[in-house]
Design a protein around this ligand. Structure first.
Ligand code: ZN
Length: 288
């Protein structure tokens, strides 16, 4: 694996090619050099932020100094009260972002009729709130899989951007079909993942009861296939209300999973002020 080189499909490149180029500028090249030339390359992995600005703030604060690049696995918006500020911050932070199903629904690329009534309500609210610039930015996001430095990013699964990899059945199908050894995925809002050994031994990666800001470290072994879910920044559903994120360290060949508390009451107050549905406000406290 060559450090610092990022491969993006031609049509999807929206990253800068040199350290001095402005972020978000387009290139025609397939090979994009990372701005980082240091000894380490660590990716901060954010997924399913869902317009929760307070949760995003805490993740970034906790991860300060611990990463070189930011990756986003989609669902920047939908559910939460801060669609514009979250979109703008992620756009500023990260040059490697793929779309999620809520991003698509909020910008008219997916029929929100496929969602439950509460999610649909939040989708329509978000669509009305988004500035034209943010709407167009979300609409322009590429779909996964996106190949970066020898691994892949997807929202749902490598086979289907809308698939939920929740258990062994879906995980095994995807682990066996993977064309990269490590795939980062989101969509389920469950932190953890799955691994398949060279001899076909399947293993779930569980992240129960992490201490605030203390990582669970998973070594990425040669020959294994890994599906890695950083968890949801803004609307966890794995029973832990705290914001979730992960750091992928290419040189150490490891993933570090983190949980950090955030100002939940502030997010909930903003949602109430925006008139978002009460069950969506309450579920944040339960991490469901
Ligand atoms: Zn989501």
């Amino acid at each position: 694996m060559k450090r610092g080189i990022i491969y993006l499909p031609d049509a999807l490149t929206r990253a800068n090619i040199t350290p001095s180029a402005p972020r978000g500028s387009r290139t025609d090249g397939r090979i994009i050099e990372s701005r980082i030339a240091g000894a380490h390359l660590r990716y901060l992995i954010l997924s399913d932020i869902h317009a929760n600005g307070e949760a995003l703030t805490q993740c970034l604060e906790a991860a300060t100094g611990h990463y070189d690049e930011v990756l986003c696995l989609g669902d920047l918006v939908g559910y939460g009260p801060d669609p514009n500020s979250v979109t703008e911050r992620v756009r500023e932070l990260s040059r490697i972002i793929i779309r999620g199903n809520h991003d698509r629904a909020c910008v008219g690329l997916l029929d929100p009729g496929e969602f439950n009534p509460l999610a649909r309500w939040a989708t329509e609210w978000t669509r009305r709130e988004l500035t034209l610039e943010n709407f167009e930015f979300l609409r322009s996001l590429p779909m996964g899989p996106l190949s970066v430095d020898g691994f892949q990013m997807v929202h749902g699964s490598p086979l289907d951007e809308d698939e939920y990899i929740l258990g062994p059945v879906e995980a095994l199908t995807n682990l066996r079909a993977m064309t990269a050894p490590w795939v980062l995925f989101g969509h389920t809002h469950h932190q953890g993942g799955f691994a398949l050994s060279p001899k076909g031994h399947f293993q779930a990666i569980r992240c129960a009861r992490l201490m605030d800001g203390e990582p669970k470290i998973v070594k990425l072994l040669d020959g294994y296939a890994y599906l890695v879910n950083p968890g949801s920044v803004g609307q966890p559903r794995d029973g832990d209300w705290r914001a979730a994120y992960a750091v992928l360290d290419l040189d150490e060949k490891q993933v570090e999973y983190f949980r950090v508390p955030y100002d939940l009451a502030k997010t909930q107050a903003k949602m109430r002020a925006a008139g978002l549905p009460e069950p969506l406000i309450e579920r944040l406290a339960f991490g469901r």
